[in-house]
Design a protein around this ligand. Structure first.
Ligand code: PMV
Length: 326
């Protein structure tokens, strides 16, 4: 059977940085995110009995050896569940150009999970799909449910899953991804997370993060944008403080990043409700309400540090798609 799925990337407002169990990718703390409408991956999977090995292709680019190995082991997991030995043909395509610094592992493993599970004839619940996606790439589990999503830590694999807090049409907010640097990062999140406990601020972050989960859910419920943006910034700075004080230190920001953060602070002082968050990279996710998007875009395009932008609204989670890539 051939199946295709489309899945969004997501941006975390309360971040996942650190694992309780590395093999099972169980995070140290809960996280809260939003799916991104304009950063998606589409993947078609077909299991074919006559194939000798998995054939994996990235349209408009190429996977490296490690990426292929990670995809094959995810296919192995799905073959295990379906009791099948058939190899797969996989074609995958990102909506955002490779090399924009946008992590494709969340959208990629979410799309692969839904397409491959369907192609293998498995019928899994949304919760089961999030657990399976998590084993491929942690943050991919948050790209399965609709809109605004929480992912829980847990003692066991079955306890660490993701669910929708609010649907994608719940709140008209924007994430404008401002791209200032387009090279792949030197140290992956998986690698970086291995050294979290070398940071003296790691334990402090663990004490605070539970409270921030409560507060951000409260801000979402109230649709209180300034509370929401303030907590997202706080958590982003907390995660980057841990990263910067790990050994070896991970400093993802560059001068263009700082230029944009300082501009955001200035615009806010001038009365524009705008906030920021960043993942493991220098590109800035600029958060605003839909009504302020036009004004903010004018300001952003006025900055010389900006290479390009991706404008996102809240989006549904991974879905089966009728048009195949092959
Ligand atoms: O899922 P990974 O291994 O790519 O980790 C993602 C970690 C951050 O993007 C830095 C934070 C997050 O919660 O998305």
């Amino acid at each position: 059977m051939k199946k295709t799925a489309i899945a969004p990337s997501n941006i975390a407002f309360i971040k996942y940085w650190g694992k309780r169990d590395e093999d099972l990718r169980i995070p140290s703390n809960d996280s809260v995110s939003m799916n991104l409408s304009d950063a998606t991956t589409t993947t078609t999977v077909e299991f074919v009995q006559s194939l000798k090995k998995d054939e994996i292709e990235l349209a408009d680019g190429a996977f490296n050896k490690n990426e292929i190995a990670r995809i094959v082991s995810h296919l192995d997991r799905i073959r295990g569940l379906a009791n099948s030995a058939d190899r797969a043909r996989v074609v995958t395509k990102n909506s955002f150009p490779k090399g924009t610094g946008i992590a494709s592992s969340a959208s990629g493993f979410a799309a692969l999970t839904v397409a491959a599970a369907g192609a293998a004839g498995l019928s899994l619940s949304e919760k089961e799909l999030t657990i399976l996606a998590r084993l491929g790439s942690g943050s991919a589990c948050r790209s399965i449910p609709d809109g605004f999503v929480q992912w829980s830590t847990g003692e066991t694999s079955n306890e660490s899953y993701a669910w929708s807090l609010f649907p994608s049409d719940y709140w008209d907010i924007r994430d404008i991804v401002v791209i200032v640097h387009d090279k792949a990062k030197k140290i992956s999140s998986t690698e970086g997370m291995r050294y979290i406990t070398t940071s003296p601020y790691w334990e402090q972050r663990q004490h605070e993060v539970g409270q921030r989960i409560v507060k951000i859910k409260d801000a979402l419920t109230q649709k209180d944008f300034s509370q929401f943006g303030g907590i997202a910034e706080e958590d982003c700075l907390s995660m980057h403080a841990v990263m910067m004080t790990q050994s070896p230190a991970l400093v993802y920001w560059n001068s263009a990043t700082m230029n944009i953060l300082q501009s955001i602070i200035r615009w806010r002082e001038q009365g524009l409700p705008v906030y920021y968050t960043l993942d493991a990279g220098p590109n800035v996710h600029v958060l605003c309400e839909g009504k302020d998007e036009g004004r903010l875009q004018d300001e952003i395009f006025g900055l010389s540090a900006v290479q390009s932008v991706i404008l996102n609204t809240p989006a549904p989670g991974a879905q089966v798609h009728e048009d195949h890539l092959f």
